[in-house]
Design a protein around this ligand. Structure first.
Ligand SMILES: Cc1cc2nc3c(=O)[nH]c(=O)nc-3n(C[C@H](O)[C@H](O)[C@H](O)COP(=O)(O)O)c2cc1C
Length: 226
């Protein structure tokens, strides 16, 4: 497949940066993706993790919050990704908003969100989603769907009317991906795509305003060859 980038995407230069730090730029692009009529789940993002030996795995998750401190997502702590993050806290995220020909890559480490923040988000979800998190031993082999149907029906009977709060299972909660690198990619029809990467400076880095630029809030940034 060799798709033409029919939408005339604008070039993305250092002058177009909405701030000299990545959070402001991410917010700009993310909000643009959220408003786009043909992007249904702009918050869908590929999360890559790895074992302590560096064997990688990747899957789609939903971004549930972000800010200068990082990117928030929720899952089962005992799942494959949860086990990998327990033994190796390094993670990467990859967004791609196809109609906009925009991509964002994040690399960093994860921290668990506080129990109270996980509780708050858990209880904001529809009851069937809450029950799903309780009954599913995510990533474990099971014989059939019937394994959790009965348990779900019991929980629905007890908690379905909302008079009693279903406790959040301890194995389910949030992670914060704390970014050390955030790259913004703008696709171009001529394939000379624009890439601007923010990162935390390494020792010996000297921003010269030509190849390496001093950003705000402890970030430096640079243009990468496509
Ligand atoms: C669009 C989309 C969004 C998803 N969002 C989540 C999510 O927010 N949390 C989650 O645990 N799984 C989510 N999933 C399911 C995961 O992709 C995956 O199947 C599951 O987390 C188990 O992954 P693991 O076995 O690698 O831990 C989503 C799947 C899709 C396709």
């Amino acid at each position: 497949m060799r798709a033409e980038y029919k939408t005339k995407s604008e070039t993305f230069t250092e002058k177009d940066l909405k701030g000299k730090e990545p959070f402001v730029q991410f917010r700009e692009w993310f909000e643009e993706a959220c408003k786009h009529p043909s992007i249904i789940e702009a918050n869908s993002v590929c999360l890559a993790t790895a074992t302590k030996d560096g064997i990688p795995s990747a899957r789609q998750v939903l971004l549930k919050g972000y800010g200068p401190e990082g990117f928030k997502l929720f899952t089962n702590y005992n799942s494959r990704k949860g086990q990998e993050l327990a033994e190796n806290p390094n993670a990467a995220l990859s967004f791609y908003w196809e109609p906009l020909k925009k991509a964002v890559r994040v690399e960093g480490h994860v921290e668990k969100l506080s129990a109270s923040e996980s509780d708050e988000y858990f209880h904001s979800r529809p009851i069937l989603s809450q029950i799903g998190a309780v009954v599913s031993e995510q990533s474990k082999p099971i014989v059939s769907r019937d394994v959790f149907i009965e348990r779900r029906a019991m929980l629905l009977e007890q908690y379905g009317d909302g008079s009693e709060q279903l406790p959040r299972p301890k194995h389910w909660g949030g992670y914060l991906v704390v970014p050390e690198v955030i790259e913004f990619w703008q696709g171009q029809t001529d394939r000379l795509h624009d890439r601007i990467r923010f990162r935390r400076p390494k020792s010996g880095d000297e921003p010269d305003g030509v190849l390496l630029h001093q950003g705000d809030n402890g970030w430096v940034y640079e243009r990468l060859s496509p």
